[in-house]
Ligand binder design. Structure first.
Ligand code: SF4
Length: 85
């Protein structure tokens, strides 16, 4: 069985690669908008607060070669948090 669903790349995107620190050939665009953003300070990523707004510019978690496993390992937490709204 293949696992192509874990990786998607769009080199035609005007912003590719939108974050530094990941080799272009391994850059995963699957989670272009990070599903963990809503977890606020519990996302586990490398964010900083800029004028009170979560700034993910320096984080590579949704784009590196382990992105699928990392994001999916936290989706239960995302779904549970989503039911709080
Ligand atoms: S991009 Fe990184 S810092 Fe931003 S929400 Fe996702 S995991 Fe957290």
């Amino acid at each position: 069985m293949t696992e192509h669903y874990k990786f998607n790349q769009n080199k035609m995107c005007e912003f590719f690669p939108c974050h530094r620190g990941v080799e272009p050939e391994k850059f995963n665009c699957l989670f272009c908008y990070c599903p963990l953003y809503m977890l606020k300070n519990e996302c586990g990523g490398n964010f900083k607060m800029t004028h009170g707004i979560k700034d993910c510019s320096d984080c590579t978690i949704p784009h590196d070669e382990n992105s699928y496993a990392t994001i999916m390992s936290k989706m239960k937490q995302v779904i549970e948090r989503g039911s709080d709204f």
